[in-house]
Design a binder for this molecule. Structure first.
Ligand SMILES: [Zn+2]
Ligand SMILES: [Zn+2]
Length: 391
């Protein structure tokens, strides 16, 4: 089959690879219909995620049709149209049973790297390095899905492919960011990053009762979409001082909830000394992640407020303002998404017309144009929010 393979930093190629086969009795094979790029893939492209090997298939957000199933798959059948949650759970361990499937004890067959780096090992992720399980990704014609009954969800009939595909990753990640922040009616929520996950976090914050949501980015198209489609007020961090603007908008209190939908490759305002410092330290390996958004959230958040982090971090950061966080009594919530607990609820919101993620798909390309698609996505040219490949 054809697949989009990682071959080194910023080196993606469409290659011929062997078709996937059933490995365990709880697996299914899915014929991929749509497979989306995700911001976290850019960390792979840019070489910030170790344990990638030449030839690894990337991609983790997808929709397709089940074409083969193992003998222990009970609830799914051949021909089912499904989305699959990008973070793999086993469905049986304590974490999976408590709705924290991204912490699954069993779905990562290569636990040693994470144990060494993090102390404990979390779940496997499709197409996201050998440290996260070495699973083949979805930018391919077919993909193997383990623990299929737990990770794949039948798409309701009235929900189009274009809306459903994002229930794999962008929608639950944004929804979880809002959900774990404990938003209360009347809250003001600020969301850093208006890419796919940020847009969904904005929409979800309203669904969960926020009164005002403020989206922060520097790309005009993304800010416009955050306003028009998600209903946010917006700030361009290259034009205003974000701290001053947020205080002015909240009577000097600061937002109740601050959501990080950016992660480890955060940019600061153009020409900021902080940005030069973070890039220099990252380049020479003295920090792995740039914490510009985290610093700004800690400073901006109201006293006693909550920071909710779903942008991906990989390792170590420098100049973290712990004193401010402690003395302001901030609550930190964070994690990879637990989409299995949200998928059905999210489909209901889509069916009722309360949520429509399809506008994230600004570009649809054949898989053969994978490398060009990622270039477009990375450079954010042509109003690109998400490129989706149709193998
Ligand atoms: Zn993702
Ligand atoms: Zn588990």
């Amino acid at each position: 089959m054809k697949a989009l393979c990682w071959n080194g930093t910023n080196d993606l190629r469409v290659e011929r690879v062997p078709d996937p086969v059933l490995v365990n009795p709880h697996d299914v094979i899915v014929k991929v219909v749509l497979s989306s790029v995700c911001g976290s893939d850019l960390h792979l492209l840019d070489g910030y995620v170790p344990t990638m090997r030449a030839g690894d298939i990337i991609g983790h957000e997808f929709l397709g049709e089940i074409v083969e199933k193992g003998p222990e798959v009970r609830y799914l059948n051949r021909g089912d149209r499904v989305i699959t949650v990008s973070i793999i759970g086993c469905g049986h361990c304590g974490h999976c049973r408590h709705g924290e499937s991204s912490l699954c004890d069993n779905s990562n067959p290569n636990p040693d790297y994470a144990r060494t780096a993090y102390g404990h090992c979390g779940a496997g992720i499709f197409g996201y390095s050998h440290a996260f399980g070495g699973y083949a990704g979805s930018h391919a014609e077919y993909i193997r899905v383990p623990y299929a009954d737990f990770n794949a969800f039948r798409v309701p009939e009235g929900v189009s492919d274009e809306k459903a595909v994002f229930v794999s990753d962008a929608v639950p990640t944004g929804y979880m960011a809002a959900d774990m922040a404990g938003i209360r009616p009347g809250d003001v929520v600020a969301v850093w990053g208006c890419g796919g996950v940020g847009q969904m976090a904005i929409r979800s914050a309203y669904l969960l009762g926020a009164e005002r949501v403020i989206g922060i980015d520097r790309f005009p198209d993304r800010l416009r979409q955050a306003q028009l489609k998600a209903g946010a007020e917006t700030l361009d961090y290259n034009r205003v001082d974000v701290f001053d603007a947020l205080q002015a908008m909240t009577g000097g209190r600061g937002p109740d909830v601050c959501i990080d939908a950016v992660g480890m490759e955060a940019d600061s305002a153009a020409g900021a000394v902080e940005d030069l410092y973070d890039r220099a330290k990252q380049a020479i390996g003295l920090q792995t992640d740039r914490p510009a958004v985290l610093r700004q959230m800690i400073e901006s958040c109201r006293k006693g407020g909550t920071l909710s982090i779903v942008g991906v971090y990989g390792g170590l950061i420098d100049k973290f303002p712990m004193g401010a966080a402690m003395n302001k009594a901030l609550t930190f919530r964070m994690g990879q998404q637990n989409g299995q607990r949200y998928a059905e609820r999210l489909f209901q919101h889509i069916e009722k017309g309360e949520l429509d993620p399809s506008y994230l798909m600004t570009h649809r390309l054949p898989l053969d144009e994978g490398p060009q698609g990622y270039r477009l996505f990375k450079e954010k040219g042509d109003g690109c929010m998400r490129v989706v490949f149709a193998p």
